[in-house]
Design a protein around this ligand. Structure first.
Ligand code: PEP
Ligand code: MN
Length: 333
């Protein structure tokens, strides 16, 4: 159950109530004091009743992210970009899988600038499946991304792999990406909950929708209201494609959660041939954004070479999304 407290309740009373109810305390908006109790509560407990301005009973541990708590999609802002809220924006986020060199990331940034795309994404700390694969440029890559932001005025998004660099990413990136493999890392979720930066939380490939949204609850209950969910494919029995993009799951997220949804067809497909078709299908679903990998020369990419579009393919795909966005009443930005 989510409880909004009356404005005059003092700090020590809030702490006392939180302890009595085994609740998490957070502040929303300018100064709304909120207690989130275990979801099984059906009625406001008598000890809390005199201090409660509004109560929202919940059936499951999807609470702060639930549509029955906030009916409108939450607004998330980065730079000049707004998604969710009253906007009908679908943001395209592009860039290579990894930052590899100044030259490569400059070419990527110039492509985004040319297409009027506001947000550049590339990994610096790569959670690779093999220790023998390229592990990313780390802090040096993060500084190159910063340079792209300063030179081209782009928002930058990069992923956190573990807690050793979470604070560096929070400090320097405009959006913090939590990758599919890091989604269960509580030290990352906690650090992102304490941060006041937008977070893109990717779904683990073996994660149920309930578990996925509960991971988002860790960030929201830390007081960070800027969380976006990213579907990037789940593992099924199928092996011809890398993963299976769960569009049914996306319909669930849209129906039952208040968080903006970003779709990543690149990692789901694993092969560039399917990415443009999937991107068009994703835009047709009326989601808040798309994440697409593109590399100046995919053949020599140090990670995810098979799925990255070259710049001509990316440009053609991006242009093809515009009439689809218009048809479903979205602004492609
Ligand atoms: C990535 O975004 O480059 C990445 C590694 O994705 P995921 O965490 O979805 O595997
Ligand atoms: Mn990748």
């Amino acid at each position: 159950m989510i409880l909004h407290l009356k404005p005059n309740v003092n700090d020590s009373k809030i702490a006392e109530l939180a302890a009595q109810l085994e609740a998490i305390h957070l502040t929303e908006g300018a100064d709304v004091q909120v207690l989130v109790t275990p979801s099984k509560l059906k009625e406001v407990p008598a000890v809390a009743a005199p201090y409660v301005a509004a109560a929202y009973p919940m059936d499951t541990d999807i609470q702060l992210a639930s549509k029955s708590y906030k009916t409108a999609t939450r607004e998330v802002r980065f730079g000049q970009v707004v998604v969710g809220g009253n906007s009908q924006n679908t943001v395209v986020i592009g860039g290579p899988c990894s930052v590899e060199s100044l030259e490569q990331i400059t070419q990527s940034a110039e492509l985004m600038k040319r297409l009027n795309i506001s947000t550049l994404r590339a990994g610096c700390y790569k959670p690779r499946t093999s220790p023998y694969s390229f592990q990313g440029m780390g802090y040096e890559g993060l500084m190159l991304l910063r340079q792209m932001r300063e030179t081209y005025g782009l928002n930058i998004i990069t992923e956190v792999k573990d807690s050793s660099h979470v604070h560096d990413v929070i400090e320097h990136a405009d959006i913090v990406q939590i990758g599919a493999k890091a989604m269960y890392d509580h030290s990352i979720l906690k650090a992102c909950g304490a941060a006041r930066k937008p977070v893109l939380l990717k779904r683990g490939f073996g994660t149920t929708l309930q578990e996925f949204v509960q991971a988002a609850e860790f960030i929201l209950s830390g007081g960070n209201e800027q969380v976006m969910l990213c579907e990037r494919g789940i593992r099924t029995f199928e092996t011809k494609t890398r993963f299976t993009l769960d569009l049914c799951g996306v319909a669930f997220l849209k129906e039952y959660t208040n968080l903006p949804v970003i779709l990543d067809p690149s990692h789901a497909m694993g092969y560039r041939y399917g990415v443009p078709d999937l991107a068009r299908a994703c835009v047709a679903m009326g989601v808040e954004g798309l994440l697409i990998e593109t590399h100046p020369n995919p053949a020599v990419a140090k990670s995810d070479a098979s799925q990255q579009l070259n710049h001509a393919e990316f440009t053609a795909m991006f242009e093809s999304l515009k009439p689809i966005a218009a048809a479903v009443n979205r602004n492609l930005i």
